[in-house]
Design a protein around this ligand. Structure first.
Ligand code: UD1
Ligand code: CA
Length: 494
C-alpha cells in the first residue's frame, strides 16, 4: 500500500519489522502480544462524499444543528481513549478547522484512496503503540457510547485481534455484507459493488466500527490491494486477511437505528429523524411536555427547563436555553435565552435574543438579534424588534418596528409606532425613559430621547427630544367643516 515500506503481498510468517524494533517477538499468526490496554481511536473523515453532491465536506453537514462529525468526536470523548486521530482529505482545511477545538490530531490523507489507506495514515503516529485501535467513520453519527463500550467488552472477553460491529438491515443496500463460514465464524466482508447477487441478499452488514489490535492492524493493511470495482484500498479486506491468518475475530450486534452511514441527503434526513426522536425522548424524560414529538425540532445543543410545554411546530435551534414553565406554541427560536414562565404564541421568530421571566411574545412577532425583553414585557402581533431593550413591564402590542432603542420600565408603545433609526447612511438610537406613553402611529425620528413619564399624542412625528412628563404633539390641528358632506350631496344632485 501507499506507505511504501510494505507494499502488498506481505507473508504472514515474514518477520515484522516494527514489532522487532519494539522488542516484541515476531510471533506466528494469532500470537501478537497482548497489549498494554492502551486505547487509540481513528476517525475516518477524508472521503469525498460524492453522493451528497455538496460543496461542504460530508462530515460537516449538520444533524440537529451540529456537524455530523462532532457526534463521533463526542462519543470518543466519552470513552477512555488516550489518543484520537481524525483522517482528513476532502476539504481538509474545512474539516481540520472544525475539529481544532476537540483536542484531536488531524492527519492528512491526500489523495483519499479508500478506508484502508485512510487508516494507514495513522501508522507512523502509532509506531510505538501496541494497544487497541477503535476505528469509527465520521459519517456514522448515531452510534451510542454504550454500544462501543459493549464492543470493547466483547473484544476483551474474546481476546480478539479484531472485533467488528455488525447489524441486520431489512434493506442492506450500499453496505458491506458479512460473509460467515458454515460454523458461523466471520470469514470476509464483501462490498455492495463487488458482491454477487447471492451475497447481496445477505442482510447482515458491516457498520464500519471496529476494534483492532494495533500490531495486526498496520501489518495486515500491508496486504491490502485495490483489487475491486472502486480501485480502492478497502479496510474491510482486513477481515478476510485476519481470518486467513487465523487471528481471533469477534463480532457484536448493534441496533440498526444507530449505525446508519450517511452517504446521501436521503440518509441525512433519515439520521436527522432518528436523532430528533432521541432528543425529544431525552427532554421528555427530563420533565418537559412535548405534545407531538414528531412535529418539533430541537437541536442537540439546546437546553430546556422542567415543566416547559412545547406545542407542535416548535423549532429550537443553536445554543437556545429555555427556562422552567415556559409555554411555546409554533415558533422558531434560535440562539436565544428565555427565562421562566415566558409564553411564546404562534408564528413568532426569535433570534439571538434574551427574554426575561414572565415575558410574552406573539403571535406573529419577530425578535431579531440583540433584542432584550426585561421581566414581564409584552410584544404582540406584527411587532419587529431589533437590537433594542424593552424594559420591565413595558408593552408593544401591535404593529410596530423598534430598532436601536432603549426603552425603560412600564412604557406603552402604541400600535403602529416606528423608530426611524436609519437615514440611509447611519443608524441612530431612540431612548424612551420609564413610564412613557407613546400614542398610536407615532414616528420617532432618531436620534431622539423621550423623558420619563412623557406622553406622545397619537399620530405624532417626533424629531426633537421630549422633556420628562411633557405632552408632545406634532400634527396639524383638526378642522371640522360642519355640513360639508350634506352640501356636496345636494350640489351633485342638481
Ligand atoms: C464503508 C465500508 C462498508 C460499511 C460502511 C458502513 C469500506 C470499504 N466499506 O462503506 O463495508 O458497510 O462503510 O457505513 O470500508 N474515508 C476516508 N478516506 C477514504 C475513503 C473514505 O477517510 O479514502 C472515510 C469517509 O469520509 C467516511 C468513511 O471513511 O467517513 C467511510 O467511507 P465511505 O466511502 O462512506 O464508505 P462506504 O461506502 O459507506
Ligand atoms: Ca459511508
Amino acid at each position: 500500500m501507499k506507505d511504501g515500506k510494505k507494499k502488498g503481498g506481505h507473508h504472514p510468517s515474514a518477520p515484522r519489522r516494527n514489532s522487532r524494533k519494539r522488542g516484541i517477538a515476531a510471533g506466528k499468526p494469532g500470537e501478537f502480544p497482548r497489549p498494554s490496554g492502551e486505547r487509540a481511536a481513528i476517525v475516518l473523515a477524508a472521503g469525498q462524499g460524492k453522493r451528497m453532491k455538496s460543496k461542504r465536506a460530508k462530515v460537516l453537514h449538520p444533524l440537529a444543528g451540529v456537524p455530523m462529525l462532532f457526534y463521533v468526536l463526542d462519543l470518543v470523548k466519552r470513552l477512555e481513549i488516550q489518543r484520537t486521530f481524525v483522517i482528513i482529505g476532502h476539504r481538509a482545511e474545512q474539516v481540520s478547522e472544525a475539529v481544532s477545538s476537540w483536542g484531536v490530531t488531524s492527519l492528512l490523507q491526500d489523495p483519499p484512496l479508500g478506508t484502508g489507506h485512510a487508516v494507514l495514515q495513522a501508522k507512523k503516529a502509532l509506531e510505538d503503540f501496541s494497544g487497541s485501535v477503535l476505528i469509527l467513520s465520521g459519517d456514522t453519527p448515531l452510534l451510542r457510547p454504550e454500544t462501543v463500550q459493549r464492543l470493547w467488552e466483547v473484544h476483551q472477553k474474546e481476546r480478539a485481534t479484531m472485533t467488528l460491529l455488525t447489524t441486520r438491515l431489512a434493506n442492506p443496500h450500499g453496505y458491506g455484507r458479512i460473509l460467515r463460514k458454515k460454523n458461523g465464524a466471520i470469514s470476509r466482508i464483501v462490498e455492495e459493488k463487488d458482491a454477487t447477487p447471492a451475497e447481496r441478499s445477505i442482510q447482515e452488514i458491516n457498520t464500519g466500527v471496529y476494534i483492532i489490535e494495533a500490531p495486526f492492524l498496520f501489518d495486515g493493511l500491508g496486504e491490502v490491494q485495490p483489487n475491486n470495482q472502486q480501485k480502492e484500498y478497502y479496510l474491510t479486506d482486513l477481515i478476510g486477511i485476519a481470518a486467513r491468518r487465523g487471528e481471533r475475530l469477534a463480532g457484536a450486534a448493534a441496533d440498526p437505528d444507530e449505525v446508519i452511514g450517511v452517504n446521501s441527503r436521503a440518509d441525512l434526513a433519515t439520521a436527522e429523524g432518528t436523532l430528533r426522536k432521541r432528543i425529544a425522548a431525552r427532554w421528555m424524560a427530563e420533565g418537559v411536555t412535548i405534545l407531538d414529538p414528531s412535529h418539533v425540532r430541537i437541536d442537540a445543543s439546546v437546553e430546556i427547563g422542567r415543566d416547559v410545554v412545547i406545542h407542535p411546530g416548535v423549532a429550537l435551534e443553536g445554543k437556545t436555553k429555555i427556562g422552567e414553565d415556559c409555554v411555546l406554541h409554533a415558533c422558531r427560536i434560535e440562539n436565544s435565552r428565555l427565562g421562566e414562565h415566558v409564553v411564546v404564541k404562534d408564528y413568532s421568530v426569535i433570534e439571538e435574543s434574551e427574554i426575561e421571566s414572565g415575558a410574552s411574545i406573539g403571535p406573529f412577532a419577530h425578535l431579531r438579534p440583540g433584542t432584550v425583553l426585561r421581566k414581564g414585557a409584552k410584544v404582540g402581533n406584527f411587532v419587529e424588534i431589533k437590537k433594542s431593550e424593552l424594559g420591565e413591564g413595558s408593552k408593544a402590542n401591535h404593529l410596530s418596528y423598534i430598532g436601536d432603542a432603549v426603552i425603560g420600565k412600564e412604557v406603552n408603545i402604541g400600535a403602529g409606532t416606528i423608530t426611524c433609526n436609519y437615514d440611509g447612511e447611519k443608524k441612530y438610537q431612540t431612548i424612551i425613559e420609564d413610564e412613557v406613553f407613546i400614542g398610536s402611529d407615532t414616528q420617532l425620528v432618531a436620534p431622539v430621547r423621550v423623558g420619563a413619564g412623557a406622553l406622545i399624542a397619537a399620530g405624532s412625528t417626533i424629531t426633537r427630544d421630549v422633556p420628562p412628563e411633557a405632552l408632545a404633539i406634532s400634527r396639524i390641528r383638526q378642522e371640522n367643516k360642519e355640513g360639508w358632506v350634506r352640501r356636496r350631496r345636494k350640489k351633485r344632485a342638481e
